[in-house]
Design a protein around this ligand. Structure first.
Ligand code: IPE
Ligand code: IPE
Ligand code: MG
Ligand code: MG
Ligand code: MG
Length: 332
């Protein structure tokens, strides 16, 4: 039995008993319940089980929560938000199935369980991924309480994010891009990871009819947070991390063109910190400094250790004093 504290589901990363934490926890439950409903219609065969296992296993639900929290910070509580948020999470789940396949990262552990292709076989895994993706667009196209033109815009926005100019392009570059400059790697990271965070806030802005300038600041926030997040994820792959804690394999990035492998740990950590400062600047400019989203992002980038929470101020300090213990940031 392991004594490691699992951190891959994002639950219990920070302790908190205030309204913001209650709100985040109840949104998370609502997302899981809705995904459960959305995926319960089909016969309970291997395909459905693979889809459900992928989408309902212990992840952080970062993208749907971001969408819902940004909407809250915009003062919007449309009943349509939950399905839009779930659609983004279904896309994410589909992308993780493919990412773990032997022909991609060849990973065996995901969210603390055997990867979907290990549980169900590669054939079922590929089909489950395609089915989750199709389901995501089906959910969006039927979302209630949204004007048809807005729904069409949501579908188009998500399609563009996933396809050959988006996440799929990023995954292709990762596999076939070879050794390349840090800027080219950052572009790959934006495509494979940042755009899905970007589309979560874009969709919140579309549903909530946000002011264009606010929407642009929020997108810039999400893209900067996405850069920080992928660097942090890359740190998790390295030596010293425990799969029982991270819920996934380590050592999958050996020989890959990651920012850590290209720039070294310290420079990558400085980039991570700088991206968080930028993310916070854009978020605060868009919705102020005291919103739910800021609290959530701060929790995601929390330092390990009781009562210590990552703050942009800390990031700034680390940027100014690179000799400090930069490796102490861990992924929640
Ligand atoms: C993992 O994303 C894939 C990356 C983009 C790095 P998450 O770390 O959000 O995975 P879950 O959903 O919490 O499992
Ligand atoms: C994957 O990045 C990004 C996706 C589009 C799924 P990684 O390959 O680093 O994600 P993990 O580490 O397997 O979760
Ligand atoms: Mg990958
Ligand atoms: Mg991977
Ligand atoms: Mg990774």
């Amino acid at each position: 039995m392991t004594t490691a504290t699992r951190r891959y589901d994002g639950i219990g990363v920070e302790t908190g008993d205030d309204a913001a934490f209650d709100d985040i926890a109840s949104l998370r439950r609502a997302v899981d319940e809705r995904i459960d409903q959305l995926l319960s219609g089909s016969p309970h065969d291997q395909l459905t089980r693979a889809m459900r296992s992928s989408a309902l296993s212990a992840g952080k639900r970062m993208r749907p929560l971001l969408l819902m929290l940004v909407a809250r910070d915009l003062g919007c509580n449309s009943p349509a938000l939950i399905d839009v948020a779930c659609a983004v999470e279904l896309v994410h789940a589909a992308s993780l199935i493919l990412d773990d396949l032997p022909c991609m990262d060849d990973a065996s552990l995901r969210r603390g369980k055997p990867a979907i292709h290990i549980q169900y076989g590669e054939d079922v895994a590929i089909l489950a991924s395609v089915a989750l993706l199709s389901r995501a667009f089906g959910v969006l196209s039927q979302a209630q309480d949204i004007a048809p033109a807005t729904r069409a815009r949501l579908v188009a926005t998500l399609a563009q994010t996933v396809g050959d100019q988006g996440l799929v392009r990023g995954q292709f570059e990762e596999l076939h891009g070879g050794a390349r400059s840090p800027e080219a790697i950052a572009t790959t990271n934006e495509l494979k990871t940042g755009l899905l965070l970007g589309v979560a806030v874009d969709m919140a802005c579309i549903v909530c009819h946000a002011d264009e300038q606010v929407a642009q600041q929020l997108r810039a926030f999400a893209l900067a947070a996405g850069q920080a997040f992928q660097i942090k994820d890359d740190f998790l792959d390295g030596a010293g991390n425990d799969s029982a804690v991270t819920g996934k394999d380590t050592g999958k990035d050996v020989g890959k063109a990651t920012l850590i492998n290209t720039l070294g740990r310290d420079e990558a950590q400085r980039r991570l910190a700088a991206c968080l400062v930028e993310a916070d600047r854009c978020l605060s400019a868009a919705v102020g400094a005291h919103g739910r989203t800021r609290r959530f992002v701060s929790g995601l980038f929390a330092k390990e250790g009781k009562g210590k929470r990552f703050t942009p101020e800390l990031a700034k300090a680390r940027e100014l004093h690179p000799g400090a213990q930069l490796a102490e940031l861990r992924l929640s």
